[in-house]
Design a protein around this ligand. Structure first.
Ligand SMILES: Cc1cc2nc3c(=O)[nH]c(=O)nc-3n(C[C@H](O)[C@H](O)[C@H](O)COP(=O)(O)OP(=O)(O)OC[C@H]3O[C@@H](n4cnc5c(N)ncnc54)[C@H](O)[C@@H]3O)c2cc1C
Length: 684
């Protein structure tokens, strides 16, 4: 009885369910029909712009707002592969993805929906400053949502890229780094990262900007005077500019306070016309970059009448250490941009701090640890990205192929080459960030038919790197070094050089238990291809010879007990004349190369163009945040600290030059005042 009634009930329920189902299916069919027809109807209105429905639903690509208007409606109407999606231009597709991703982020903050939504998978290739910064900005602890899964892949066994410390000394007992890295006064975003203070909260009210537990004063040294040497001896002293009693306008401050011991005032005055170029060149402006990128920095100096002595003893060493190549082979734009950020932005710009230990141990280890534990970020080291797969229907990268050195436990298909064993894996990807340098971008595109189909990416084939040799020698005794950080010139033709008292920077004492601890000195050579060919012994002998010349008797009487030799062939981005146009933007769609790129591929690192105005580590960090912001559908510069504003006299100078160009431009081009000639036109 009970069974029957139960059965009757079931039949009744089944009939009721089938009716409900039928009506639901009918309703769904109607909805699908209407939704599919809607974008098609819009076709009649479309020429270049996206359908009006999309225009009204999506924020305009140029609009500053990226908040979704109707995220669910948008995602059902314009999901990748739908007729509506195909009608959208590439630019609008990017906006669409941002919109939906923002919607997902917001929706997923609601716990009930979190479980139903597939997490967005972001693959970051490269774990240098650029990749780590992007991972940090996408991590759960920073964004306060857990709907993004981040995987960072790096070919090296340690993270850090050019700042990595996965090297050992010749004796195999000491860790070495890929050179010494300074943190200049305008590295405000990195400084914020190194401070886990209460005043360091992000827009979610969380302390997500800083690495948990870090205090900048424990990580970085204070400021100190720096020296400049040639084979003749001490040539210049850079003081701590912020400690000078009178604060002067920038330019004047550096001229007044830098102590050149052998460069006459007359030679220094010949550098004055460069102020004109600096007034015209605004590093945050694309047009200025393109104009000044046509000529080399050396040509600019020669044409402006800078004396040979001033160029060779003041500018060439600065370019060799700041841009890693001689001025004749560096773009004037890069040289002006770099020197403005590092030296001329304000009186204190050249004040620099150094890490109190290996950057890998002091900064990257706790950073990676916190991202893994609290941020939902996974790191795959010793893994090389080898290719990309594209979903033909969406035109987006759907997966990333990579090859890891096998530890015997990994999953995936394995292969071997010589004694090395490898595991090949394919990782699903919704968004991809390439955070690799110029040399790697060049080779990735050459080896990826998927990327090579796109004109903007083929331009990376023109990008180049320059070689660096980083050495560290361990002496049998403690020797006195006048300045902890030094630049040198004149030792090898066309090669830049710096040296550091690592013991002093790392704060290791000179004696332990009455046993003297020997000095540890780092000597780095830039644009150093000619030195890379030497064997380790020859390199160590050369380093010691150079230091003997600089430091004299105290060094000559010491012996080397261990050394580290780190060769970095073509590793550092080379800003050669004409290179700017080939460098990626964070989203590398129409990069002047004709045609769009892939909408879910982003770029980060110091090779990436940005209007932020920063350089090197800070620039890599900033572009990493920019890429992460775009993936999350935020403003590109959301949460990024700007470089301080130009000082008033610099603003006035820039305004005068701009107005002069406009006036001359009117004469030359009639109405088009923006086309006034640049200083470069007069010089070349
Ligand atoms: C000797 C030396 C001294 C320097 N001094 C300073 C300084 O004083 N101050 C300063 O700010 N900057 C300095 N720099 C520059 C600074 O190191 C760089 O600006 C910065 O590290 C660039 O970071 P990035 O993330 O753009 O790239 P990188 O650090 O080059 O990182 C790229 C990463 O991508 C990985 N990769 C590449 N291809 C693949 C692939 N196919 N698959 C997986 N992984 C891949 C690499 O292994 C690497 O880890 C110096 C550099 C050197 C070499």
């Amino acid at each position: 009885m009970t069974d029957n009634s139960c059965n009757n009930d079931k039949v009744h329920r089944r009939t009721k369910t089938s009716w409900t189902l039928q009506s639901l299916i009918l309703l769904k069919l109607c909805t699908i029909l209407i939704l599919s027809l809607l974008p098609l109807c819009c076709l009649s209105f479309v020429v270049v712009a996206p359908p009006p429905a999309a225009t009204s639903l999506l924020p305009s690509p140029s609009s500053s707002s990226t908040s979704p208007s109707h995220p669910l409606l948008i995602s059902s109407l314009y999901h990748p592969g739908s007729p509506g999606y195909k009608l959208l231009s590439q630019q609008y597709r990017s906006t669409l993805h941002s919109t939906i991703s923002t919607a997902n982020i917001d929706l997923n903050n609601d716990e009930e929906t979190t479980t139903n939504t597939r997490k967005k998978k972001v693959i970051i290739v490269g774990a240098g400053w650029g990749g780590l910064s992007a991972a940090h900005a996408l991590s759960n602890s920073y964004t306060s949502n857990n709907n993004i899964e981040v995987t960072v892949i790096d070919a090296s066994s340690r993270v850090g890229g050019l700042v990595g410390d996965g090297y050992t000394s010749i004796n195999g007992t000491r860790k070495a780094e890929a050179g010494q890295h300074g943190f200049w006064d305008n590295y405000c975003n990195i400084f914020r990262l190194l401070n886990d203070g209460d005043d360091n909260k992000n827009s979610n009210g969380k302390n997500g900007y800083g690495i948990p537990g870090l205090d900048i004063n424990d990580v970085l040294t204070g400021y100190a005077e720096q020296g400049q040497y040639s084979p003749r001896g001490l040539e210049a002293i850079w003081p701590i500019y912020r400690n000078q009693q009178i604060k002067l306008p920038t330019g004047l401050a550096q001229a007044a306070y830098t102590r050149f011991l052998n460069l006459s005032i007359f030679d220094r005055i010949t550098a004055l016309p460069l102020a004109l170029a600096l007034s015209e060149f605004d590093g945050t402006n694309d047009e200025a970059w393109i104009r000044y990128d046509e000529i080399s920095f050396r040509d600019l100096c020669v044409k402006l009448g800078v004396s040979r002595k001033c160029y060779e003893e003041a500018f060439e060493p600065m370019i060799l250490t700041g841009l890693f190549a001689p001025g004749a082979e560096c773009s004037a734009a890069a040289a002006l941009g770099m020197s403005y950020f590092f030296v001329l932005q304000n009186q204190n710009a050249f004040d620099v701090k150094w890490c109190r230990g290996n950057v890998g141990e002091m900064i990257f280890d706790p950073w990676v640890d916190s991202m893994e534990k609290n941020g939902g970020v996974e790191f795959l080291t010793s893994t090389m990205v080898t290719g990309f797969d594209m979903d033909a229907s969406t035109g987006r990268i759907s997966s990333v192929r990579c090859r890891s050195k096998s530890d015997g436990a990994s999953s995936g298909s394995s292969s071997s080459s010589g004694s090395e064993k490898y595991v090949d894996q394919t990782l699903e990807a919704d968004e991809v960030i390439l955070a690799v340098g110029a040399k790697a971008l060049n080779s990735i595109v050459r080896n990826s038919p998927t990327l090579a189909r796109f004109a903007p990416y083929r331009r990376f084939g023109n990008l180049r790197g320059t070689s660096v040799l980083a050495t560290r020698i361990y002496l049998d005794r403690h020797i006195k070094v006048p300045y902890t950080a030094n630049a040198c010139w004149g030792f090898d033709e066309g090669v830049g050089m710096t040296f550091f008292d690592i013991g002093a920077l790392h704060g290791t004492t000179t004696t332990t238990n009455n046993t003297e601890i020997g000095s540890v000195l780092e000597v780095d050579y830039y644009h150093a291809s000619t030195l890379l060919a030497l064997d380790d012994d020859a390199i160590v002998s050369k380093v010691k010879r150079d230091l003997d010349v600089i430091l004299g008797q105290t060094c000559q009487s010491s012996s080397v007990i261990d050394a580290a030799v780190v060769r970095l062939p073509d590793a550092v981005n080379w800003y050669h004349p004409g290179s700017y146009k080939d460098m990626p933007e964070v989203t590398c769609n129409d990069n002047g190369g004709g045609g769009d790129g892939i909408s879910n591929l982003y770029f980060a690192g110091d090779v990436v163009r940005t209007d932020h105005g920063s350089w090197s580590q800070e620039k890599a960090f900033v572009t990493g945040m920019e890429a992460a912001n775009l993936i999350m559908g935020r403003e590109k510069d959301s949460g990024i600290l700007r470089v301080p504003q130009d000082e008033p006299h610099v603003k006035v100078g820039r305004t005068i030059v701009r107005v002069a160009r406009e006036i001359i431009g009117k004469g030359v081009n009639g109405k088009n005042k923006s086309k006034g000639p640049s200083l470069v036109d007069f010089l070349w």
